[in-house]
Structures are given as structure tokens and as C-alpha cells.
Design a protein around this ligand. Structure first.
Ligand SMILES: Cc1ncc(C[n+]2csc(CCOP(=O)(O)OP(=O)(O)O)c2C)c(N)n1
Ligand SMILES: [Mg+2]
Length: 323
């Protein structure tokens, strides 16, 4: 597939924004600036980046507990993500949600969630509403290998298939659900093959290859917009940090395995491919690296200097105040 240089550099930038943001959030967590949960997306950046590259602002993304990358790739500014995890009023959920309640409907980010599975159904429901409204909007559910064994997977995919809903089911198979290997949780670990059971196309791609993800997503999104129904995309990838910040990361996977996957870093691999193209100079990537570093530094300063919610407003948005 031919992506022009501008698109290629924007894919690179998005992945770098996610990586630097996550590294910063990990440091901020260790420094005590984040009190809620924080599951980083380090190692999986190519998935959110490749899928969201083809989405419009009015398309809807439903994400998971590991959702910072999805939020950033869908258009939530890094300063609003960081401020949210810092619990400040300038966060995308006014500082009331934290990492697992990131909402920004204005850019189609319809939420991260701490409950594994139901976002598959929410995306299916959004697909149904887009179909009823006769729009060409699409919905996307991102979920992990852990979501595949949840009943919502079966219900969502079945409904989307019989009604030919404009929905993408994007499984980020990083081989573990917390500390449980997918090979223990499923006899058939080939997630893409399950699509056949629902009568929809299923494709497995290297989830560390942003172009492979982007290509699969582009085809699936075009099909969905044209009214030709849903697609299951399995992105095979790996998280190179622990399940969540503050958790130890040993005993269930080997250091060797982690190092093997670190060597397949999606950002370094993409940078190497870009530099093979004559038209892209190392300076172009260095400039993006510098700009993103500055952006993240500014975002932390913005979050740190932002106000906390007023304690008197603690019950706002919880109880209906309607008559
Ligand atoms: C319904 C439900 N069951 C269990 C949990 C506890 N839990 C939180 S994250 C997680 C693992 C999820 O693994 P996966 O879906 O593969 O995503 P990953 O963490 O690998 O990105 C589990 C079991 C939960 N949050 N919700
Ligand atoms: Mg997983």
C-alpha cells in the first residue's frame, strides 16, 4: 500500500507521542503524582496508531483498561490525558475518571473501562446506531486476548455479523491476561480464525508493524463504511512493561521472552524502515522526537499547575438533578 511521506511521518509521530507519554506516566506514578491505576501501552503503540489513522473524528472508539494509546491516537491531547491521571480539572474527564475512565466524545473517544469485555458490546451498539441513522460512521472495539473468553465477545461478534454492522473488533493479543498465558486460557489461540464461526472476515497481523495494522484497518474500515459489515482483526503484539505500574513483573514470563520482544520494538522498526526510503532523512525523525519531548514536558507542567476539583463538587455528575 502506498502511504505518502506525510502520512508515514504522522504514524511515526503518534507512536512516539504514545511512548513518551507512557514513559512519563510511569515516572509520574513512581513519583506519587498518580494515585489511581496505570496500565501502560508500551510495546503496543503500532496497534492504536495503525487503526486510528483511518478513523474520522465522528467514528467511535471503545477502549479498555490499557487505553492511553487509544485515547491519544483518537485525538485526546497528551496534556488532557496526563492531567486526567493527575486528577486535575483540566483532564479529559475533568479529573474525575482517571486512567480507566477516559472520555472525550468530541473526538470520538467513547471511554476506557476497567471491566474486561463489555466495550465489545458498546461498540456493537454504536455500530447499530450508526446503521439506523444511515451514516457511514464506524465503531471500533479494542480488547485484549483476555476479552476473547468473555461472553461479550460472542454476543457482540454474532450480532454485528447478522446485522452487518459497521464495527471493527480489534483484538490486541499480547499473549497474557495479567499473568495468565493465552495458551492456558484458550485451546485455540488463533483469534482471527474465530471470525469464520460468525461469518465475518478475520485477519491476523503483526501488531508491531504499524503499516500491516494500518493496511488491515483501512480495508476493514472501507468495508464497514460501504455497508459490508464487521471485521475481526487480531494484532499479535506484546506489552514490554508489567501489567500495571506498581505490580512486580516476574514469575509468569521469562526475561528472555521480554527481551526478544523489546528487540522487535515497533517504533525502532518503523524508524528503520522509514530511513530506507530516500525521501526521509534522520533529521526529520529527530525533529519529531524533539517536538514530542517538548510537548510532553509542557503537558506535565500544565497538569501539575492545574487545579484539583473542588471537594464541594464531589457528588456532581453522580446523581440526576432533573425534575
Ligand atoms: C470482567 C473482568 N474480569 C476480570 C478483571 C480483572 N482484570 C483486569 S485486567 C485483566 C487482564 C486483561 O487481559 P487482556 O484482556 O489480555 O488485556 P491486557 O491487560 O493484556 O492488555 C483482568 C483479568 C476485570 N477487570 N474485568
Ligand atoms: Mg492480554
Amino acid at each position: 500500500m502506498a502511504f505518502d511521506n506525510e502520512v508515514l511521518l504522522s504514524l511515526y509521530r503518534t507512536m512516539v507521542v504514545i511512548r513518551r507519554c507512557e514513559e512519563q506516566l510511569a515516572r509520574s506514578y513512581q513519583a506519587g503524582a498518580i494515585t489511581g491505576a496505570c496500565h501502560t501501552y508500551i510495546g503496543q503503540e503500532a496497534v492504536a496508531t495503525g487503526v486510528c489513522a483511518h478513523l474520522r473524528v465522528d467514528d467511535a472508539v471503545f477502549s479498555t483498561h490499557r487505553g492511553h494509546g487509544h485515547a491519544l491516537a483518537k485525538g485526546v491531547p497528551s496534556r488532557e490525558l496526563i492531567a486526567e491521571l493527575f486528577g486535575r480539572t483540566t483532564g479529559c474527564s475533568d479529573g474525575r475518571g482517571g486512567s480507566m475512565h477516559l472520555f472525550a466524545p468530541d473526538v470520538g473517544m467513547m471511554g476506557t473501562t476497567g471491566i474486561v469485555g463489555p466495550n465489545i458490546l458498546q461498540a456493537t451498539g454504536a455500530g447499530y446506531s450508526f446503521q439506523l441513522l444511515e451514516t457511514d460512521r464506524v465503531s471500533v472495539a479494542f480488547f485484549g486476548d483476555g476479552g476473547v473468553g468473555n461472553g461479550a465477545f460472542h454476543e457482540g461478534l454474532n450480532l454485528a455479523a447478522i446485522w452487518q454492522l459497521p464495527t471493527l473488533f480489534v483484538c490486541e493479543n499480547n499473549m497474557y491476561a495479567t499473568e495468565v498465558p493465552f495458551s492456558y486460557a484458550a485451546r485455540n489461540t488463533d483469534v482471527a480464525s474465530r471470525a469464520a464461526g460468525y461469518g465475518m472476515p478475520g485477519i491476523a497481523v503483526d501488531g508491531n508493524d504499524v503499516l500491516a495494522v494500518a493496511e488491515a484497518a483501512q480495508a476493514a474500515i472501507s468495508r464497514a463504511r460501504a455497508g459490508d459489515g464487521p471485521t475481526l482483526i487480531e494484532c499479535r503484539t506484546y506489552r514490554t512493561r508489567g501489567h500495571a505500574e506498581g505490580m512486580q513483573d516476574g514469575g509468569y514470563r521469562t526475561e528472555e521472552e521480554v527481551n526478544d520482544w523489546k528487540a522487535r520494538d515497533p517504533i525502532k522498526a518503523f524508524a528503520a524502515r522509514l530511513l530506507e526510503r530516500d525521501a526521509i532523512e534522520p533529521q526529520a525523525l529527530e525533529q519529531i522526537d524533539r517536538e514530542v519531548a517538548g510537548q510532553i514536558e509542557e503537558a506535565v507542567e500544565f497538569a501539575t499547575n492545574s487545579p484539583w476539583p473542588d471537594p464541594d463538587t464531589v457528588t456532581d455528575h453522580i446523581f440526576s438533578e432533573g425534575g
